[in-house]
Design a protein around this ligand. Structure first.
Ligand code: NAD
Length: 427
């Protein structure tokens, strides 16, 4: 029988190989391959029908040497402690690679919001905070929305936290709506961040944006804003793919002379699904879901799901492809990654490419703690600076030590966190 996939074991294996490369001292390895703190707790909720159901919640604080932990809270029926541990560890590395003064955390509740009323979900949010109100906070651990949680869940949690502590503390949580402590630019941040790093990669490779053609998987938040900014700097997107709920398959929509973003947004629902028949009427070809990967383009941007470029389909990538920018988390399997590396395609790894989201969440936290908010231009300008300098730090190291970009990003991140631990006298 094959062993079920365990994301924490994978995160630890990734860490072990970087620790070896860095020749990390044994105590550093022991400290960083495990979370510093883990909380497992029960959340009793009275359901609308009068019954009481006990939900299980988790919060993992992987490492806070560089600053308060940061990471989302997921609601998922198949949530496990190991998934939360892996995601918390990845948050530590992601914050470190963009050099923001935060550590890594993640939380989760085993529940399915599809089967819960708004009131029941509110009770879970408030129950979560009641268990954790003295273990989290603006200067300890700052949550955010994640899978199946939204700005509404964040506001319920904030409200409970402030009620318990008897003071306004908007920096406790991020992902709040603009006007109630949210940051301008958060909606654009991840997609724009992908293109800030892509723009720098194109400069390094001598590709002019006006000559660059891209193909994108996904047409949700990340993809839409990546396409928008690529457009603004002169590039062109030739194909996008998205899920079709009615047909239960994905399609790739293609127009050889470039898609029109606003036209497509006009026929896209809030889940990022493009209306197939309307797209055809507008002159788009509706190709099979995987066609996005097989396009004759310079740039590929997977921005939908994990594990999309695999050993089975990596061979369909055309020789023209020069750059892959990972908008999604974990879109490339280990097997495919080896092929991409051996073909010399320039990879901007997820850790770096999609870190614009957490960077802007950090900006939200800073603004909330000051209770003073910047305009969008200021937020996006600061985001550009952070992403650009993070990109160059990784690419410089990759060149100096002849490392694959993914490895270089990990080396920088782990090295920074280990150094922070040493500086504090922990090691
Ligand atoms: P989203 O829900 O807004 O959009 C997802 C898109 O993917 C939709 O267009 C959907 O139709 C499409 N999709 C789903 N299944 C597909 C399939 N099989 N083939 C092709 N397309 C498919 O999600 P998002 O916020 O844009 O996030 C996309 C990815 O980026 C995820 O991996 C997420 O974890 C990662 N990410 C997001 C953020 C953020 O701030 N939103 C930050 C970091 C990482």
């Amino acid at each position: 029988m094959t062993k079920p996939f365990n994301s924490f074991e994978m995160a630890q294996a990734q860490f072990d190989s970087v620790a070896k490369l860095l020749d990390l001292e044994e105590p550093a390895r022991e400290l960083l391959r495990q979370p510093m703190r883990e909380y497992i707790f029960a959340i009793p909720v009275r359901l609308d029908d009068g019954r009481v159901q006990i939900f299980r919640g988790f919060r993992v604080q992987h490492n806070d040497a560089k600053g308060p932990c940061k990471g989302g809270i997921r609601f998922h029926p198949l949530e496990t402690l190991d998934t939360v541990r892996a995601l918390a560890m990845w948050m530590t590395w992601k914050c470190a690679v963009v050099d923001i003064p935060l550590g890594g955390g993640k939380g989760g509740v085993i529940c399915d919001p599809h089967n819960l009323s708004a009131r029941e979900q509110e009770s879970i949010c408030r129950g979560f905070v009641r268990r954790m109100a003295y273990e989290m906070g603006p200067h300890r651990d700052v949550p955010a929305p994640d899978v199946m949680t939204s700005s509404q869940h964040m506001l319920w949690m904030l409200d409970e936290f402030e009620a318990i502590h008897g003071s306004k503390q908007p920096g406790f949580i991020t992902g709040k709506p603009v006007g109630v402590g949210g940051s301008q630019g958060r909606t654009e941040a991840t997609g724009f961040g992908v293109v800030f790093t892509l723009r720098e990669a194109m400069k390094e490779l001598g590709i002019r944006p006006q000559d660059a053609v891209a193909s994108v998987q996904g047409f949700g938040n990340v993809a839409q804003y990546a396409i928008r900014l690529l457009d603004q700097i002169g590039g062109r997107t030739q194909a996008v793919s998205c899920w079709n709920q009615a047909d239960q398959v994905s399609y790739t929509y293609r127009k050889a002379d470039g898609i029109d973003l606003d036209e497509l947004l006009g026929i896209t629902d809030r889940f990022g699904e493009i209306h197939r028949d309307k797209a055809r009427e507008l002159g788009y070809e509706a190709l099979p879901g995987e066609a996005w990967l097989e396009e004759d383009v310079d740039i590929l941007i997977p921005a939908a799901l994990e594990n999309q470029i695999t050993g089975d389909n990596v061979g369909t990538i055309k020789s023209r492809v020069k750059i892959i920018a990972e908008g999604a988390n974990g879109p490339t399997s280990t097997e495919a990654d080896e092929v991409i590396q051996s073909r010399g395609i320039f990879l901007i790894p997820d850790l770096l490419a999609n870190a614009g989201g957490v960077t802007c969440s950090y900006f939200e936290q800073v603004q909330s703690n000051m209770n003073y908010y910047w305009d969008k231009e200021e937020v996006l300008g600061k985001l550009d600076m952070k992403m650009t300098s993070a990109f160059h730090a990784v690419s410089r190291l990759a060149k100096e030590r002849n490392l694959y970009m993914r490895k270089a990003a990990y080396v920088i991140a782990v090295d920074r966190v280990a150094q922070a631990c040493r500086d504090r006298g922990w090691l």
